[in-house]
Design a protein around this ligand. Sequence first.
Ligand SMILES: [Zn+2]
Length: 290
Amino acid sequence: MAMSRAIQLALIFALPIAVLSALIVVDRTYGLPGRGYDYVLRIELPPAEAEIGLPDVHGPQDASRPLVVIDAGHGGHDPGAGQGRTREKTVTLAIAQAIRDNLLDGGGIRVALTRDSDRYLMLGERSSIARRLKADLFLSIHADSAESEMARGASVYVLSEKGSSQAAVRIAAHENKADVVNGVALSNQSEAVNAILLDLSQSESRAASVDLAGLVLRELRGKTRLHGGEVQSAAFAVLKAPDVPSVLFETGYISNPGDAAYLSSDKGRKIVSAAAARAVRAYFARRTEV
Ligand SMILES: [Zn+2]
């Protein structure tokens, strides 16, 4: 029995290759109508990201409505930054949930959270959720920490150029299914064209990321303390989804006792989350006006 199983397996693998080889020989020799000389033997592998279930999408059950994925940083065995009893993972989850509730109250926008409980997700899984849900925006919520207790205030980040193109290379290489970036199917294009399309797609989503980041800063200004008044950029792994505009929002310095108390308070959470929600609404409003 073992022998015939081995033969079965050999046939399963050998047969398509034999058929393909025969086709190539026939084509080379006689030419098959309507076919060029490009052959792709594609074996479908289950995507690596298949293990993580997708979160619920809240809001209007209408796929044409814009979708924002809000990512509460850290979680589970990864508490993030800490100050006394204040844990970053707890602060980020409460703020992410508050932004979601605010957006849902306003209506018209769909919202999903990468995590809605105290659980751990890898960085790649977070942006992967946004990509797989075909989100229009990805907003990752964090709280900074610094050696100096003096540092405080909110900052807003986008992915730096350098990180962006590394992400593009990685995505292009890893995505066997090759497929779709901003609605453009890549699999039928040459590699050079693919690279250009990824670049275009990225510069579009980078511009959109900077737009959202600027709106978050605008909405925070005068209402809460800012660490820097400008959009920052850095190679955050969680922002590496080249086709989803992505922003990382450091809501404050949890290493600063004042900020830690503010971010843990109802008042601070409300102010910060309402500003982020207004920014998201303004971002989508700009895009539907055009
Ligand atoms: Zn963090």
